[in-house]
Write a protein that binds this ligand. Sequence first.
Ligand code: NDP
Length: 453
Amino acid sequence: MAEYDFDLFVIGGGSGGVRAARVAAQNGQTVALAEEDRYGGTCVIRGCVPKKLMVFASGFPGMIEEAQAYGWQVSQSGFHWPEFKTKLHAELDRLEGIYRNILKNNGVKSFDARATVAGPHGVKLSTGEEFTARHILLAMGGKPVKPDLPGADLGMTSNDIFHMDELPSSMLIIGGGYIACEFAGVMNGLGTKVTQYYRGAQVLRGFDDEARGLVAEEMIQNGIDLHLGTDIISLERDDKGIRVKATNGEERHFDTVLFATGRRPNTDDMGLEQAGVQLGRGGEVVVDDYSQTAAGSIWAVGDATNRVNLTPVAIREGMAFVETAFKDNPTKPDHDLIPTAIFTQPEMGTVGLSEEEAREKGPIEVYATSFKPMQTAFAGKSSRVLMKLIVCADSRRVLGCHIVAPQAGEMIQLAGIAVKMGATKEQFDATCAVHPTMAEELVTMSTPVRHYD
Ligand code: NDP
């Protein structure tokens, strides 16, 4: 008889957990997975996928305006949220089915139940069942958090936005991170009057200053009422809606309030510490470079570890875990030079060091150009794009690439390959331009705009 019920028990059916379960099962391991909510996790059910579909939906009014400027006789007759919402949820159901099938077709035993850890090799389900496993993988992800202030329960989070009964006429968004800025653009595009309060000096803290500055400018240009250095004190419902008191002294009414004030790992009441797993101050599972916890048989990947909270990173962490735990091939997930995109309007795509980070590390040259792109300039729009490279003055390597432009997410995926390969500025320049495109500027910038010694 086997020593354990399973070789691997995965807790959480999101991107990281499902990938690890599938790859381990394909490698011959006996695998179980428990998911308390819906398969596909944050990315598929309440994150990247529905968000991106809403980004697409919100882009059409701008396109119709542009089409008119190009001579098309078209007009907007309004957006029907209930119709979109029905289609959106049908699509999410379809995707959830695919995730369930991936597990089933690979022989993973899945449980629709909440799982907690009962010792270094034990898992207890909300159904009362208990199992043992040689290895346990924690892949529970995270959840949005609201600040602790009066009336916070009146505000919603990104989990709720896909379930709204109707489009609000006005929305206040609190926060300045990925989620706040993306939904500000989405809701604005769909026709809601959007106000955004961010407590800091500029949105998208941590990203290249020039790039985030341009994103903020374009957000304002698009009609988002962005207030920097502003936070909220309290919310209260009255007959005019939700009354919000802000630190700038203003009191205003909004139909809805969205808290996009960060996320926290789903590690509460999981029995982790009793099993020897260490948790950090933010509730994250503490792991080593191989995603292993202090309880050697328990591992963790994805947002539960709060390393780099992105779907493709969780997937890669899950695959590296399987190499390490089951294939006798210790593999550290690579967290260096991860390209990422923020789906604002316009998008921001970024890889590597910002100008501010790079200049702390040594002599650099900055190449940047900001211009009105052909497509929208022709339509009479004043929107600008940015193409920017940060170059190490000694090695000539491109240390960072920052793009603010429509489709910047697509562009940075490709530029990310060159940056990851260690391409130099001269190798960028040796690549022939694709004309006429916005991205050709990445290979034609001849003079640095700034040097730092
Ligand atoms: P972020 O951590 O990016 O942003 C949280 C924002 O809320 C910050 O602006 C923060 O301000 C502010 N904030 C935090 N606490 C408070 C508070 N008490 N009062 C007021 N403001 C507060 O989190 P998000 O929720 O936007 O996103 C979570 C993660 O999800 C991202 O970091 C990213 O990894 C991932 N994600 C990725 C996407 C993509 O790839 N396109 C899309 C969406 C999410 P301050 O800066 O001052 O701390």
